[in-house]
Design a protein around this ligand. Structure first.
Ligand code: SF4
Ligand code: SF4
Length: 350
């Protein structure tokens, strides 16, 4: 009697895991960047508060110079300056540092995907710490149903479109008149005052956002941030992408579970999505050598240190050019600030 041969392909072929050798340090590096940038922004906010108090109190507070970095928080003024610069070729007098910061973040997105969101943005950092805290409290994070998720995700693009349309429809002359007028000069003070004198509605919105951010990963960034939406669109041109090698991948799905943008990393070969922040959390979790990389078109890997160095280089280059050309600080006389800052809330949008 001859025994029957086992049927071919009776069980799926299980791929052999070739483990990655060195420990992955990308997340330690990314957290260092995030916390350093958060600390920088806390310092900028404290310095700016002292600056505003000095002029509000008629010079009786602690003298403090105006930190130009506050203009990173004026994205619409920066967009206006970009439009005027493109139309006239002239760099602005007011809030020019914001324009250089915007150009730096645009450059980063172009090369290093939406790295501004995943590596630098202080709001993104706070969002990330909130959902991690929520995960510890509730032992899980929540994903919205696909239809609702898609509908909400379109909100940030809608907001981005509205802002771009509003800025694009202004002439360079109108932009200069707006930014050089009293409202434009104290736009940053008005923003500070918004948070200082948060009314009941503003407070309720903040509480809701914090609650939603505890439950849903990166709630603000995923659904509402128009700045992130703009960076995401620009990042589509980035040559760097997360690329998976199906031959080396062992189909463990750890990458997809780790992705805070809920991208199906384990099923795609290349991640092209505008939602990818280049956070490298998927790569950090992948156990298989060479299976998942942030790389260029020829699968030339961009290691985390090179990615981080590139992000830092673009940021520092924008700062250095602005300083060298005398466009980092907005130079106005003390008289202007003494006259305008105490009345900042009286200026209405022209
Ligand atoms: S695909 Fe990877 S790099 Fe992109 S957002 Fe997801 S975890 Fe981060
Ligand atoms: S983490 Fe993702 S890419 Fe890496 S082996 Fe698992 S499924 Fe494949």
């Amino acid at each position: 009697m001859v025994a029957a041969a086992p049927p071919e392909h009776s069980a799926p072929h299980k791929k052999k895991l070739v483990r990655r050798a060195p420990p992955d340090r990308s997340q330690a590096l990314r957290r260092t960047f995030q916390l350093a940038f958060l600390a920088l922004n806390v310092w900028i906010a404290a310095q700016f508060y002292l600056f505003v108090r000095y002029y509000e109190t008629g010079g009786r507070g602690v003298p403090a110079s105006r930190p130009a970095g506050i203009e990173g928080w004026l994205p619409i003024a920066s967009l206006m300056n970009l439009k005027a610069f493109l139309a006239t070729g002239e760099l602005p007098r007011m809030h020019a540092a914001g324009l250089f910061l915007l150009l730096a973040f645009v450059g980063m997105s172009w090369v290093f995907r939406k790295s501004f969101c995943g590596w630098l943005c202080p709001v993104g950092t706070i969002s990330e710490y909130l959902w991690r805290a929520g995960e510890r409290i509730f032992k899980r994070t929540f994903r919205l149903p696909r239809g609702l998720d898609l509908a909400l995700r379109s909100l940030k693009y809608l907001l981005m479109g509205l802002f771009l349309y509003a800025v694009a429809s202004m002439s360079a002359v109108a932009i200069r008149a707006f930014l050089d007028g009293p409202y434009g000069i104290v736009a940053d003070v008005k923003m500070l005052n918004f948070f200082r004198y948060l009314g009941a509605t503003g407070l309720a919105v903040m509480v809701l956002l914090v609650a939603a951010s505890l439950l849903v990963q990166n709630f603000w960034c995923r659904y509402l941030c128009p700045y992130g939406a703009l960076m995401g669109i620009l990042s589509l041109a980035s040559p760097l992408r997360i690329r998976r090698d199906p031959d080396l991948c062992i189909d463990c799905s750890k990458c997809a579970k780790a992705c805070p943008s809920a991208l199906p990393v384990d099923r795609l070969v290349t991640i092209r999505s505008a939602e990818c922040t280049g956070c490298l959390q998927c790569v950090a979790e992948c156990p298989a050598a060479g299976a998942l990389l942030m790389s260029g078109p020829k699968r030339k890997a961009a290691p985390a240190w090179a990615f981080a160095a590139g992000v830092a280089a673009i940021f520092l280059a924008a700062y250095a050019v602005a300083q060298a050309t005398g466009h980092w600080s907005t130079n106005l006389s003390e008289r202007v600030y003494f006259d305008l800052i105490p009345h900042a809330n009286e200026f209405t949008h022209p």
